[in-house]
Ligand binder design. Structure first.
Ligand code: AMP
Length: 277
């Protein structure tokens, strides 16, 4: 496993790859969800590049950029176990030198869900992914279903900008009790952690209602809200039933929808989703 800290080191290592290259962008503090993306990448391609970069431009001033968990040694040991070929760990100065002033902004589907609660978040995500894609020059890139809107936004950017890159979306990896794995789960206190699976339980409740024929989005959201309200510390940011392509809210479920949610439980703001239909 080779490590690049600068863009020029990364490009040199990339130029030595003799077959298809896959790329997994991450913010580090890895868990099995990240490793699953790398396993899939390595299964499909001879070379896998992983980036670890806590991207400042996707955090608002009131968010957790400074305190986001970081442990590079632990991450590197984990990446060795899944046979990662190259790890790119740039500094913020390397990625955003003085005077860097160009943004990539996907409009429309970024205005809702996470984008409504976190204005400018996706502008940071699409800008950094664009830069990373140009640096790594991979043939394919792997994203998690856990961040459903992010995966859609990246797909839209790649299509709209005619980028020559295949995107593979990998199902959400969960803890045994259903909690979606996330670097931010580490913020949960011992008292909060047992309540955290309520997000997934509410998604399962929604799925069960759908299976029994319920198509009224308001009824599904109401039942989910009621279940989550049994955890007094949980503060719902949003629960939405949205069209899978436009991410606009639907009243009646007809085609494929994504039910997504953000819930603050103590310090962390947890997100999760399922696709129905
Ligand atoms: P992050 O480090 O949180 O920016 O995530 C890096 C990539 O890992 C993104 O494509 C995420 O969607 C993906 N990811 C994060 N958590 C999970 C999970 N529990 N299951 C599958 N993919 C995940």
């Amino acid at each position: 496993m080779q490590i690049a800290h600068t863009i020029s080191e990364m490009k040199t290592l990339r130029s030595k790859c003799t077959g298809p290259v896959s790329f997994v962008p991450t913010m580090g503090y890895l868990h099995d969800g990240h490793l699953e993306l790398v396993r899939r990448a390595k299964k499909d391609n001879p070379f896998a590049v992983v980036s670890i970069f806590v991207n400042p431009t996707q955090f608002a001033p009131n968010e957790d950029f400074k305190t986001y968990p970081r442990d590079i040694d632990r991450d590197l040991a984990m990446l060795e176990t899944v046979k990662t070929d190259i790890v790119f760990i740039p500094s913020p100065e390397e990625m955003y030198p003085e005077g860097c002033n160009t943004w990539v902004d996907v409009e429309g589907i970024t205005a809702t869900l996470e984008g409504r609660s976190r204005p400018k978040h996706f502008r940071g995500v699409t800008t950094v992914c664009n830069k990373l894609f140009n640096i790594v020059e991979a043939d394919s890139t792997y994203f998690g279903q856990k961040d459903a809107q992010q995966a859609l936004v990246i797909q839209k950017m790649v299509a709209d900008l005619n980028m020559n890159l295949k995107i593979i979306v990998v199902p959400t990896v969960r803890e045994k009790d259903g909690l979606a794995m996330s670097s931010r789960n580490t913020y949960l206190t011992a008292e909060e952690r047992p309540s955290a699976p309520v997000l997934y339980k509410s998604l399962q409740l929604a799925s069960g209602m759908y299976e029994k024929g319920e198509r009224d989005a308001r009824k599904i959201v109401a039942a989910m809200t009621q279940l989550i309200s049994t955890v007094p510390a949980a503060k719902i940011d949003y629960i939405c039933v949205s069209d899978i392509n436009t991410l606009q809210d639907v009243d009646t479920i007809k085609g494929k929808v994504v039910i997504s949610m953000a819930v603050k439980l103590g310090k962390p703001r947890l997100i999760d989703n399922i696709i129905l239909g």
